[in-house]
Design a binder for this molecule. Structure first.
Ligand code: DC
Length: 222
């Protein structure tokens, strides 16, 4: 057993890396829910599916997305094939907010996320974890950071994966995605009233990890 930790916030706020490190320290499983929406988007692109609710509904019923824990972080499998790298490609990033606004896609993903996390002992990062997926999560953190900091981080992250994109291009893409994610009708990106706010603009990953682990340990010992 263990508690449920929900980490929400905009792209590039440091959620994924921090979530993975917090999970490692607590011996919990780590789930990057954005990867699931990215896998659906990749499948839609590959099959040439129109990005609207009905075709996407049919698509999600016919694909299989699995998340596997590995020493290098989470692996994302689409129909049994590792697509962890492909889901980070700019073509996927460009479309993922539109795909994730589909009610049918959200319904299917949320159902799966609840199944994976139902036993607790999980750190889940996303946009709607503390508001919709696990509204009763014992610890909710809403992470934010300045647009400059977020785009620098994303550029470095992509470069490490051999994908070269300028921070300026990334800043525009992040702002567009924030806007779509925050204004969609279903489960928009919003801070849950009982979430703790953590601004990561000028703190290191190690410091973020320390802060959230401390908050988690407080909840665990309650
Ligand atoms: O965390 P990320 O940048 O990999 O997420 C990709 C997109 O997926 C993000 O722009 C919005 C969507 N998403 C979502 O709608 N709900 C989640 N729980 C996680 C991601």
């Amino acid at each position: 057993m263990g508690i449920t930790i929900a980490l929400d916030g905009p792209a590039g706020s440091g959620k994924s890396t921090t979530a993975r490190k917090v999970a490692e320290r607590l011996g919990y499983i780590y789930i990057d829910t954005g990867a699931m929406y990215r896998a659906v988007t990749l499948a839609a692109i590959r099959r040439g599916i129109e990005i609207s609710n009905l075709p996407l509904k049919v698509l999600v019923q016919s694909i299989n997305i699995q998340l596997e824990q590995s020493p290098n972080g989470q692996k994302t499998l689409l129909d049994g094939v590792d697509v962890s790298r492909e889901i980070r490609m700019p073509e996927v990033t460009k479309l993922v907010s539109e795909v994730s606004a589909s009610p049918a896609v959200r319904e299917a993903m949320v159902k799966e996320q609840r199944r994976i996390g139902k036993k607790g002992g999980v750190v889940m990062d996303g946009r709607d974890i503390g508001t919709v997926v696990f509204p009763n999560a014992e610890l909710k953190v809403f992470m934010i950071a300045s647009i400059d900091e977020r785009s620098q981080r994303r550029a470095a992250e992509l470069q490490a994966k051999g994908i070269d994109v300028s921070p300026d291009t990334i800043a525009r893409e992040l702002e567009k995605r924030d806007e779509l994610d925050s204004n969609r009708e279903i489960s928009p990106l919003v801070q849950a009233p009982d979430a703790r706010l953590l601004d990561t603009s000028s703190i290191t990953i190690e410091e973020q990890t320390d802060i959230i682990t401390t908050w988690a340990n407080e909840k665990i010992s309650q």
